[in-house]
Unconditional design. Structure first.
Length: 261
């Protein structure tokens, strides 16, 4: 799964480089598509029945599953981009959140950057827990604890969670982003999880828009989504969708990823 992870990371980097006011969400999608097809892979999002885009691009109150199109990004927008590649029958899945700069509204930008920072941090907290946990429930608890410990009254989506990944983009088991009573399956070599907290600035209540895909907050509050695909192997863990295997993100947690031989 190393190669589809690398391809997914490169696709998101291509998107990151062009996010700016005036760019459409369709242009972001096209940038990711060029990388994925150029590397001889295919978009696993397009393998989902009824979905024909390479990415999901969610803006402001849209948290996940936003459909790329003619929407034009504006200064101050918070944008989450979710992408995945399938290569030789194996899958990668990852998401990032970017806040478009806005010099006229520094407080708005700061608040949205903090939301993104906490969400990303909770993802890394979950990945760090994965390196030493016995059961998946410990990952869930670490994600929630990081979000709550940040001191904000953020909401954590309940109906959308992380998952296993391998021959299919979405596999068992589920990875909740909040503490649950069931400890869940054991963590052991060979397990690969997509850890993806989805956090909102207000109420966690969401609705699905009329397009039957886009998930938005009911109260209109902004959302953030971060995701990495992470493998457990005999030597430790390796973040498949991070160019450095997760070294920089895990360093604050005292965890060092071990490259897969």
């Amino acid at each position: 799964m190393l190669e589809p992870g690398r391809i997914t990371a490169e696709a998101l980097q291509a998107v990151r480089e062009i996010v700016a006011p005036g760019v459409t969400t369709a242009e972001l999608d096209a940038a990711a598509a060029r990388v994925i097809t150029g590397r001889g892979a295919e978009s696993n999002f397009q393998l989902v029945r009824g979905y024909r885009h390479t990415t999901c691009v969610s803006v402001n109150e849209q948290v996940v599953h936003g459909i790329p199109g003619d929407r034009v990004l504006e200064a101050g927008d918070i944008v989450s981009i979710d992408a995945g590649a399938q290569f030789r029958g194996w899958n990668g899945d990852s998401a990032i959140t970017i806040v478009v700069p806005d010099e006229a509204r520094p407080e708005l930008v700061a608040a949205r950057e903090e939301l993104s920072r906490v969400t990303e941090g909770s993802m890394w907290a979950g990945i760090a827990a994965m390196s030493r946990a016995a059961h998946i429930g410990e990952i869930s608890a670490a994600i929630e604890d990081h979000i709550v410990g940040a001191g904000h009254r953020y909401g954590i989506l309940r109906d959308y969670v992380g998952h296993g990944i391998g021959r299919k983009m979405h596999e068992a088991p589920s990875v909740f982003n909040y503490r649950v009573p069931d400890p869940g399956p054991r963590i052991q070599p060979g397990l690969v999880l997509a850890i993806e907290p989805m956090v909102v600035a207000g109420s966690e209540e969401t609705l699905v828009e009329d397009d039957d895909w886009t998930v938005s907050t009911v109260d209109g509050s902004a959302g953030s989504h971060w995701e990495h695909s992470v493998a457990v192997h005999d030597g430790g863990i390796w973040v498949l969708t991070a160019p450095d295997g997760g070294a920089a993100g895990l360093e604050p947690f005292g965890v060092r990823p071990v490259e897969i031989e």
